[in-house]
Design a protein around this ligand. Sequence first.
Ligand code: FAD
Length: 383
Amino acid sequence: MRYDVIVVGAGFAGSVVAERLSARNKKVLILENRNHVGGNAYDYEQDGILIHKYGPHIFHTNSDKVFEYLSQFTEWYDYRHCVLGHIQNKTVPIPFNFASIDDCFHADQAERLKTALIKEYGRNARVPIMELRKSRNPDVNALADFVFENVFKYYTMKQWGLTAEEIDSGVTARVPVRLSYKDGYFDDKYQVMPKRGYTALFKKMLQSNNIEIRFGVNAKELISLDAEGIKFNGEPFKGSLVYTGALDELFDYYLGELPYRSLDLVLEKNNGTFQKAATENYPGKESQYPFTRITEYKHFMENEPADITYIHTEYPLPYNKDAEKGNIPYYPVFTDDNQKMYKDYVEMAKSYPNLILLGRLAEYKYYNMDSIVERALLKASNM
Ligand SMILES: Cc1cc2nc3c(=O)[nH]c(=O)nc-3n(C[C@H](O)[C@H](O)[C@H](O)COP(=O)(O)OP(=O)(O)OC[C@H]3O[C@@H](n4cnc5c(N)ncnc54)[C@H](O)[C@@H]3O)c2cc1C
């Protein structure tokens, strides 16, 4: 088969583009390193429980367009994600909210703090912790110190290997302090899970005869970039190459390695039920809790089995492509130096007009699933 488009990676970025182009009768080849579709959203069933191999994935979006598009490939069930945090021997709602204040302070002090917060930011506001720390009101400031110390400081250091001040402020702003009793981790219009899991969704998305997928293939084995352009199997390739892998790898680390954080995800089987919420955070010091969070997968399910459970404990660590643990690049590390190196790679990529960079690795950016689907739909419509 002659291919109009080669897509590297069968995660959301690559799969959405492949599906959209195949529907326009383009011949698409997908090259996927792993032996399965779905990228980091891949899930599989064990003892009747769907396990997310690369860490918990909860679907949430405000986009009607993304929800309707994905609904062609799956039915959904409603799922509201709740997270608890283990703080000073108590288990409190995360994001930190008025119920968390009630749990952590005496009643009169809690009332004073809530009143001061509402006065300064308004009822129902969502305030990033770094914003809260700038307050000149002594009550708000004391609360900000408490939340920073107990919820963000060590969690950020464990997760990123950097202090909250060193990392881009957008990272800590993802989990704001909520000035209300509203719980639930997300506020989006759609908070759902695919009825038969993500892998089933991907399989349906990629079933066109116009799509060929080769698993267990690193694209670098078949694709090369040189002064003459893109080559596939040693021959010039004039179609589009949609690349969703890491950009430094594509250019053989010519400008250096882009830093990522990785995770050691430890899966355990237990009897009964392990914890109350689907995800529970452990934001204490590394010496107390060397991990960040534990997810219990059966709480994601429509019908939870009672007798058995699987949990994932997440131990963050630096990415090292050659190491036994931590060899998956999960999160780009947002610092100015790293962004500069990434931009220099993008300049190199501009020499190849038929090379399209898409996805969390190729764009060195954290995307939620809905954002990358939206972006892939847009890219495909312009191809
Ligand atoms: C631990 C964790 C939890 C998350 N939880 C959520 C969540 O709850 N909700 C949410 O909306 N989002 C979540 N996300 C984000 C979500 O995973 C991303 O939005 C999504 O994976 C992005 O899709 P992608 O296609 O860009 O990348 P990926 O899913 O990583 O897919 C890229 C694919 O390319 C393949 N590949 C890379 N290089 C090559 C190569 N050289 N040759 C061949 N194949 C290659 C990889 O094997 C991979 O399959 C989470 C992310 C992580 C890391």
